[in-house]
Design a protein around this ligand. Sequence first.
Ligand code: TRP
Ligand code: SF4
Length: 405
Amino acid sequence: MSATTTGSRRVLSGMRPTGALHLGNYHGALKNWIDLQYKYECYFFVADIHALTTGYEDTSKLESNVWEMVIDWLAAGLNPATSTMFIQSRVPEHSELHLLLSMITPLGWLERVPTYKDQQEQLKDKDLATYGFLGYPLLQSADILLYKPALIPVGEDQVAHVEITREIARRFNHVYGREPDFELKVDKAIKGLGSKNGNQYKELRRLYQEKGDQAAIEKARALLAGNSRLTLADRERLLGYLEGTGRSILVECEALLTSAAKVPGLDGRKMSKSYGNTIGLREDPDAVAAKLKQMQTDPARVRRADPGDPDKCPVWDLHKIYSDAATQAWVQEGCRSAGIGCLDCKKRLSDRVVAEISGIRQRAQEYEENRDLVRGIIAEGCEKARDLARQTLEEVHQAMGMNYR
Ligand code: TRP
Ligand code: SF4
């Protein structure tokens, strides 16, 4: 069962606090979050425990990185009135669910996640031979499953983590969703729907089970989602019964692949902190203009009189993000005919980038000067997140036979 079909409009995503955000982070992920917050019920968190899995030795910058990122989010336009923002470690349910899920997670599943070997090879200077690093995707699964979201906006590199999350949910439901008196409880729950809805549910289930009728199962899910008299446990039973499994306690979700703009760094490679080719989200405007002047262009365009090819120029990739159609046409024409020089071309871009960064920088400054406000936003977000997380954990305890007090 997936959350999109249970009527959930919830979105959840996290970001590791790795220091000041740059334009790559902004156009690659954050801007997407900012759009989503007006369409979905959004939960965004600082994955500070995840930061530890790849860097446990030096935690001296962790705290400042956390707050710096939260301020970047706010300054860029995440709106606390529509998005719930919180810090992973401040909702201890993440850690507890991670531990409980680790009991049912086969080692092979974690060893086979592509990022496990990839990162170990790429980050040779780091000690990634730890239990915590192996468990990275499972911690992410716990992050996700606690909130029963429908969609997880992530980049390509994270899709495998969302997939393993679905597998973990399925395995959990399989192991703990079976009750000895399941059928009896299902019967009762169907009666609770009332005779009209109850009969419709049974008919839809038959259509799905006998004919694999996809429309029927969607309808049945909508029927359950729209019924406010159902208890949570009964809803899980009826959802599970639809598909022929036990109770469906943890909910499967889907990755929402972000149509991420390609953001080149100053040297033409992907913008990334590890390449040292970034433009910071709240960098000094003069420094930004100076950096852009130095930016790599089409290598074939050596002299002013040489025509260039924007498709071979990273400056053009930035124009695609920042410039309107008229400016883009001006670049295309002027570059190919050598009608404009690279400095003219960069100047137009630079004005746009600087305008954007100046706005973000100014708002960030206001938040910097009002740390209590920022702390308050996060405190409220943590509380709200915790309420949801607690509910799920309670269901998990119950399903695992651990609700003794
Ligand atoms: N692993 C993600 C990254 O590095 C961050 C993350 C942690 C995350 N938990 C998550 C993303 C849950 C989405 C959902 O980008
Ligand atoms: Fe790149 Fe612009 Fe120079 Fe063409 S004119 S090579 S697009 S910087």
